[in-house]
Every structure is written in C-alpha cells, then in structure tokens.
Design a protein. Sequence first.
Length: 402
Amino acid sequence: MFELALRNVLGHRLRAGMTLGAVVFGVVSLVLSGGFVEDMFIQLREAVIHSQFGHLQVNARGYFEKGARAPDRFMIDPDPLRREIAKLPGVDDVMARVSFSGLLSSGRSDHSIVGEGIEPGREARLGTFIRIESGRALADQDTYAMIVGKGLADAFRIRVGDRVTVTVSTAGGALNTLDFDVVGTFRSFSRDYDARAVRVPLAAAQKLLNADGVNTLVVSLADTLDTARIAAALAGQLDLAKFEVKPWNELTDFYDKTVTLYDRQFGVLRLIILIMVLLGVANSVNMGVFERVGEFGTMMALGNRRVDVFRLVMTENVIVGLIGSAAGVLVGVVLAWSISIVGIPMPPPPSSEVGYMAQIRVVPKELVLAFVVGVVATVAAAILPARRVARTPVAEALRQNV
C-alpha cells in the first residue's frame, strides 16, 4: 500500500505539489511566528534582568513589604553572605546595593527621588540594557558622583556637570545631606524608573544614610534558565528567618502581564494560521481526490475493497504531509536564520521608551509543533474526501472515466 501510494504521489506531481505548497506555507508560517514570539519574550526577559533587577535578589526578611518606606532598617552584612552565594555553581557575580529615598535639590527646584548606591564596576557588567544618554557611567574611583534617569533629568532640567544636593532621613531620624556632581544621564528599560531614579557609588550612599550595611545583594547568573534552581538552592542554604530570596520575575509583575497579553494575541494569530493551513490543504486534497474518482472506481471494479481505497488516499496524504512538513521546517529554519542576520526593528514595548532589534529564533519545540501540525492538518483534511470517494458506487465512479 505504501509503495503504491508513493507511486501515485510521484505520478500526480501537479496535484501533490499544490498540497505540498499549502503544507509548506503553513509550517513555515508557524516556525517563523513561533520563533518571533519566543525572541520577543526572551529579549523582554533579559531587558528586565539586565536593566534593573538582576536574576535574583537577597534581602533581609521583610524588606520587600516594608523596606521601601524605611530601607535603613533592613540592612545586612554583605561580605560573608556574598562569599557564600558566590560558591554556588552558575553564579556569575554578586553585587551590593543600598536603597534610599529623599529630596534632590538642583538649585532651581527640589524634587523627591529614589536612589541606589551601587558598585559601578560590577553593575556595568550586569546592566547591559542600561544606556548612557549623556556624559558617562559611574566608575569605581568616583566618590561623590551621580547619574540621573533620563526622565528625571529632562523633567527638572538637570544636566551633566550640575552640582546637586541630596537630603535623606537617617535611621536615627536626623537629616543628612551630601553634594554630588552629575556625571551622566541614563535610560533603562522602564520609563517609570527613569523618571525618578538616581544612582551613586555605594560608599557615598552608606555615608548619606550613616549606615555600614547594604539592603540588597543582587545575584547575576551565567544562564537565566538556572534561576529557579539557584533560587531553590539559596532558599535551602540561607536562614529564611533572616533572609528572603526573590527571583527576577517576582520583583515585578510587568513581565508576566506583558507575556500574558502578547501570548494571547499571538495565540489568535497562530489559530488563524492553523485554520488557513487546514483550509488550504483541504482544498488541494479535495481537488486531487475527486479528479481521480474514475481511477478509484476502476480499482473497486477490479476487486479492491472500499477500505483499500480509503487507506490508499490516507497513505498518500500521510506521505505528502511528512514531505511537506519536513520541507516546511527546513525552509522555516533557513528563513529564520536569514531574517535574524538582518533583524526586525521593533518599537518600544509598553512602559518603555527603548526599541529593539527582533530576531527569529529557531526553537526546537516550535519546530516539532509546526511539523506535527503540518502532518495532522494534511491527514485530517483527507478524511472526509477519502470516505466520500470510498463510498461512491462503483458504476457512478466508473462513469467519471467516460
């Protein structure tokens, strides 16, 4: 039966080619759309990680609930904890941060800010999605330097070279002030963050708060896919009565909401593509089968059973589906690589002002899904025509030869 079906496919090249074209088009569409969506999610994830949050954050217990109002009350000693975390396989770096909020005076106006004391060298390796818009980034040798979010700088006309004063409330309830030189403005992935954030060297932030510890240890990993594993390892290793471990996706709901939104939108697109594939293949299969009614009538007149006709039609379409799906996957991979070399300019995602260059990723699960959909769609489209032609009376089928 397989040999006969293969000869029929090769003998009816035009009809088989039409079906193959429909299958290849649908499989290529699924490969490209799936790779595009996967790239969008990956780039969004990496932007969130490498612009602000890191892969994991370790804080004193209760910091995420109450630390925004009083960060000076949730200090930890960074050095022993840093050494302990750095021993875990897959950890690339561990950096300390101090958070503060206060009042920034530029000489022209006063405005509230949220600030971070950072280790510039370590943060430069993590913050690959932070772009310096003017001036320069902080350096390890800086003492009282500051970089300001682009939105904050534009709103209050803060420029590189300005000298500003920051006033904060210390743990003891006293007010403390320090003067800083603005050395640069930056733009991160989040527009809201850029509208109110400043960054200063870690030692300057500690002096401003009159504190020796830090609020947060930000953990950078070699591979984002290890986040859950290392978070579980840290949770089992640290004293959870004193510390809490938060992976990047729990620090903000922006990523999950955006992924949910886009996933539903592209889910509808995939459904439309699937329907187009099914209709296209069904049309080609119907044309091919009913043009051969006389051929099938001759087979039944020579003693072949109706089930043999049905099996023959189904086997032919299985062969076409396998060949078309394999060709579609191959063409899709080549197109994905070719498009990725050029890139696809994309507008900024929600809550961001930074666009990006999208690619088409070759994702194994999407290739398997596209292949299976191509084969299943071809076989499913052949069921009704095969049943109908198999049930056609022999005399009526033979009249098609006249």
